[in-house]
Design a binder for this molecule. Structure first.
Ligand SMILES: [Zn+2]
Length: 257
């Protein structure tokens, strides 16, 4: 058995059997990690109110070396419960959505700088969202950053087909994950029209620190275009509607498609 002692964020928890709980964790060392907490619903000593969504934990996990069997969560200590995320429905909805994206898309058992970066994005996002009143604009900015942290960064500066600057009649080509210039656009079908101003504000969103994203205020047209572009980009890569997506749309007052 090997033991991992690490920080973790709780992405998902489901009851299992009589008294166990299965938890999906995000850790800086491994990316996503699924573990079973034996007797979790009985043992307030090993898991004192810790196995809830959003919780930032210090965990001790044991794993069979080389095996693909589920890991055991031995102990969890609460670092932060992010209580403010539960105080406002739109915050709760957006944070749930971001964590579900992680749960679905984060590499399992990965290692290295990418999982470190993903973990620190997730942690700083939850922390930043505690002080925000999410609307559609905030949702789009955080969604873009979450996709980026998961290794799904759209190319916004140069044509993904020829490398040229996009120019005024640029478009976004979801299948290639980025912008296409006006001359490449005419040879492709299904290119989404997008204004340079929209591309610029999305690029800024990729460059800003997470806790400063709120300061970006795209115009109404950019919000509409970004919504369309990110919706299709996310659906193309994730492949299905996330459970929390409809709830998020509803809580933001968005028409549900
Ligand atoms: Zn081109």
């Amino acid at each position: 058995m090997s033991r991992l002692v690490s920080e973790a964020l709780l992405l998902r928890a489901v009851d299992f059997g009589e008294s166990d709980r299965i938890v999906h964790l995000l850790t800086p060392e491994t990316g996503r990690l699924t573990a079973i907490a034996k007797g979790a619903r009985r043992s307030v000593k090993r898991f004192p109110g810790t196995l809830d969504l959003f919780n930032h934990l210090r965990v001790s996990v044991s794993r069979r070396r080389g095996g693909r069997a589920m890991a055991f969560l031995e102990r969890a200590v609460l670092i932060s419960p992010f209580l403010e995320l539960r105080a406002v429905p739109t915050r709760y909805a957006l944070a749930s959505y971001l964590l579900e994206l992680m749960d679905r898309m984060a590499p399992e058992g990965g290692a290295g700088p990418d999982t470190q970066r993903l973990f620190s994005f997730a942690l700083s996002s939850l922390s930043a969202l505690e002080g925000m009143a999410p609307d559609l604009r905030i949702r789009l900015l955080f969604e873009l950053r979450a996709l980026d942290a998961l290794g799904l960064r759209p190319e916004l500066r140069h044509c993904v087909r020829c490398g040229a600057e996009p120019g005024v009649r640029a478009g976004f080509y979801v299948a290639d994950g980025g912008v296409v210039c006006s001359s490449c656009t005419v040879r492709l079908e299904g290119v989404l029209p997008v204004h340079l101003g929209t591309l610029r504000v999305l690029q800024q969103a990729l460059d800003y620190d997470v806790d400063r994203l709120e300061r970006l205020v795209p115009g109404a047209q950019a919000v509409v275009e970004a919504r369309n572009l990110l919706f299709r980009f996310q659906r193309f890569h994730v492949g299905l509607e996330l459970r929390s997506e409809r709830f998020l749309d509803e809580s933001l007052g968005e028409p549900v498609a």
